[in-house]
Write a new protein. Structure first.
Length: 505
């Protein structure tokens, strides 16, 4: 378990108190340097109005703060406020102020020694932290993560500290700044760290700070402990992914002590070392790693081999990693569902919904199109692939033994219209975009646009207006996520022991 420490960033005490009431954190850090000068001295009364322990911080500009006064003024202010009942005072690594340290002891405050590096993770980090531990009760480092290797160093340092703590076992706070550092903010409890800092909603107090509601509700960061099982999604970029919103509520529903989080990855070998250190059980894979990941796998499913891409990795025995692809299943499930519903309305006989021999057009020949083509050919459709870059359409069609044509040849044949049109390009994500503006729907087609953001594309609007049945990309996203989730939950049960999954069914 760790503490969620809210950084109080408002310029008035009233607004900061309001944040304390609204967010009810476990702890809070008052940033004196962000308070308006007229309010700074009045902050002495804040601890008496707060029900949680407070850290008193006046961050200098060179350490990433906003303090513009002199060093003497800062010392005087901290000296005065220390009598207010704060739990900690934050002093920088190199700040040699015997007077402040003595005053803190006298007033019963603990000293938090902190180190900030906006350039990267220092090579001698462990040594510096151990030196800081001699001058403080709590040691903190906030370090810019320039890539996966820096994040790995942070996790390795936290693990080494736990394995071989300095004398007195001072507590540690270790945070990676920037997008690559985000897992360190979520996994503080898993790493046995004292707290993780967070911001009020709509504020980013430091690069990569998550807001408290996201940390608490989506990632349940305050509840994670050493036993928590880690799952995630790797990619670059990946922070926009909606997958945590699919998997974390599922983990909660099953009573799993687990978390699913995004890992921005720029180097797969570093990620795999991290996966071993954190005992990551499984992860989703997104752009640009769906193909490159294959060289790290011990086993691949038939679908991975058919599509040539992997979107799900599960931990196997020992150090093995098994690759799967849930896109085929994710694509087919909503399509079959809609065909089944239509068939039952028409009182058609039961059986496999009628994809067999359907005349289908696939627009696009990118990564997602491979799963779509594999699914449609496997289901017996008569498929033609249309793509802007005709060479890619040809290559994909050759792989799946179907027809192909350049995109501008996709026209409606009034005598023999398509039964199914699948749109798999990224054209449509922006307002008004349409990959085939010249294509007039006959009204007979089922349009399946796999774009999920926005949920309704221009092409979908046009198809609807022509009287077509229309399916968007969100059900596919959920169905492929559901297939991944089942794999993750199965692995969790195996690794944590079924009886530990409280309320699991
Ligand atoms: P990708 O590998 O980059 O492929 C992009 C495809 O879009 C290519 O065929 C490309 O044609 C085509 N394209 C791009 N701009 C175009 C334009 N202006 N006009 C016509 N064609 C254009 O991307 P991807 O991974 O396949 O993803 C494509 C879309 O599918 C994205 O919107 C993604 O979010 C969505 N998707 C949804 C799900 C889901 O679960 N619903 C799953 C996966 C992907 P060229 O070859 O000519 O460049």
């Amino acid at each position: 378990m760790t503490r969620l420490c809210l950084t109080l960033t408002r310029d008035t005490l009233k607004a900061n108190l309001e944040d304390l009431r609204t967010y009810a954190p476990d702890m809070a850090e008052l940033r004196l340097d962000l308070l308006s000068p007229a309010e700074q001295r009045k902050a002495v009364s804040l601890p008496s109005q707060s029900s949680v322990p407070l850290i008193l911080t006046c961050r200098r500009r060179e350490d990433g703060g906003a303090w513009t006064g002199s060093a003497l003024e800062r010392e005087k202010l901290l000296w005065e406020l220390m009598e207010g009942g704060f739990a900690f005072v934050d002093l920088e690594e190199g700040e040699d102020s015997p007077l402040l340290a003595a005053r803190a002891r006298e007033q019963g405050l603990k000293i938090l020694r902190s180190l900030h590096d906006f350039e990267g993770v220092p090579v001698n980090l462990d040594e510096r932290l151990r030196n800081m531990a001699r001058k403080g009760d709590l040691v903190k480092a906030a370090l810019m993560c320039r890539g996966s290797a820096d994040l790995l160093r942070i996790f390795e340092t936290a693990a080494a500290w736990k394995e071989n703590p300095p004398s007195g076992s001072p507590q540690l706070i270790l945070l990676g700044m920037g997008p690559f550092g985000i897992p360190s903010r979520i996994l503080a409890g898993k790493m046995g760290l004292y707290l993780t800092f967070c911001s009020p909603e709509g504020v980013e107090a430091a690069p990569g700070h998550l807001d408290i509601n996201t940390l608490r509700s989506l990632y349940r960061a305050g509840e994670l402990d050493r036993e928590s099982k880690v799952f995630g999604i790797i990619g670059n970029p990946v922070l926009h992914s909606r997958s945590p919103e699919i998997h974390n509520p599922g983990f909660l529903r099953l009573g799993m002590n687990g978390v699913y989080l995004p890992f921005s990855v720029d180097d797969l070998p570093s990620f795999f070392k991290m996966a071993e250190l954190l005992d990551i059980q499984g992860f989703s894979v997104t752009v640009p790693y769906k193909e490159e990941i294959r060289s790290f796998l011990t086993e691949e499913s038939r679908d991975v081999r058919a599509i040539g891409a992997c979107n799900t990795v599960l931990k196997g025995e020992g150090k093995s990693w098994q690759g799967f692809n849930t896109d085929i299943q994710g694509f087919l499930e909503p399509l079959k569902q809609i065909l089944k519903e239509e068939a039952s309305q028409e009182n058609a006989p039961d059986g496999e919904p009628g994809l067999k021999n359907m005349k289908a057009a696939l627009i696009g020949a990118g990564g997602a199109a491979r799963a779509v083509a594999a699914a449609l050919v496997k289901s017996g459709c008569a498929l033609t692939i249309f793509n802007r870059n005709a060479h890619r359409a040809k290559a994909l069609a050759e792989q799946f033994s179907c027809l192909w044509a350049p995109l501008d040849e996709l026209v409606q044949n009034p005598k023999d219209p398509f039964d199914l049109v699948v749109q798999s390009t990224s054209c449509g994500m922006k307002p008004g975009e349409d990959p085939v503006p010249g294509y007039d729907f006959s009204g007979r087609e089922l349009l399946y646009d796999i774009i999920y953001s926005p949920p309704e594309t221009r092409l979908m609007e046009r198809a609807r207006a022509a009287g077509c049945r229309v399916l968007g990309g969100l059900p596919m996203l959920h169905a492929q996520g559901q297939a991944q989730f089942e794999g993750f939950a199965r692995l969790y049960r195996k690794s944590a022991g079924f009886d530990k999954a409280k309320g699991a069914s």
